[in-house]
Design a protein around this ligand. Structure first.
Ligand SMILES: [Zn+2]
Length: 245
């Protein structure tokens, strides 16, 4: 992993603005992990991808996560914090080209874990099949029923659910859930922590603040964007303070 400077991170942010979240996550990783080819990044299992995103987040913004959620019962705003390391699952990620087997009822399946390409295909699809069935149509490699070949699209719902459960079990890093309790009404609920979404929002907030700082310093001192971005964040803040801004 390389450290992204302010200019590099702003470039990724700008290019990602009109892209879907899935693509934004891959663009951040491609910039930060130039040693991994971009088609290899797209083929990482979601858990592998998320672990890299967490490592990048730690490098960019540190370990501490601050977040807000509204209580679904009484709408109380809850602030919660965690360390990123709380969400890193040791040995929790398999590669998406690794093959697994599931045997249930009369069915024997070979499957692999979903990757970003599978999810992109499902998001962009106009198929009448359910999202889960479509995802599985990418990930199921072979189905046999009582020893004979069987069409994966026709799997019964019990098998679809068993397979989805198995995929979640095999890729726990892709499915981080946080238990919250409301201090007002004691309601307890669970939220999904999606590092791709969380990190992109942070990068977005950071980019907007950085561009405001560039604007103020450019107006105040007549420096170019490049000159301002090449300053450390500490110096930018100090110069901003000297302007009384
Ligand atoms: Zn509440």
């Amino acid at each position: 992993m390389k450290s992204l400077n302010a200019d590099e991170l702003l470039n990724v942010w700008e290019q990602g603005l009109n892209q879907p979240l899935l693509q934004r996550a891959l663009m951040l990783l491609a910039a930060a992990f130039p040693e991994i080819k971009s088609d290899s990044l797209a083929k990482l299992s979601i858990g592998q991808r998320d672990l890299l995103l967490m490592q990048l987040r730690e490098r960019l913004f540190g370990q501490l996560l601050l977040n807000r959620s509204a209580c679904p019962e009484c709408d109380e705003q809850l602030e919660w914090q965690n360390n990123l390391s709380d969400f890193m699952v040791p040995n929790g990620k398999h590669a998406s080209d690794q093959h697994f087997e599931l045997e249930k009822d009369a069915y024997q399946l070979q499957f692999r874990l979903p990757n970003s390409l599978d999810i992109a295909a499902v998001v962009n699809s106009k198929s009448a099949l359910s999202t889960q069935q479509q995802l599985l149509s990418h990930c199921v490699l072979e189905v046999k029923r009582e020893g004979s070949d069987y069409e994966p699209d026709h799997l019964p719902e019990t098998i679809v659910q068993a397979l989805m459960g198995r995929i979640e079990q095999l890729d726990p890093q892709a499915d981080i859930r946080i238990n919250l309790a409301c201090p007002e009404c004691s309601h307890e609920w669970t939220v999904l922590f999606d590092i791709a979404c969380f990190l992109w929002e942070e990068v977005n907030g950071w980019a907007e603040r950085t561009l405001q700082t560039v604007y103020k310093l450019a107006v105040g001192y007549g420096w170019s964007e490049q000159e301002i971005l090449s300053l450390s964040p500490v110096r930018r803040q100090l110069y901003l303070g000297m302007m009384g801004a």
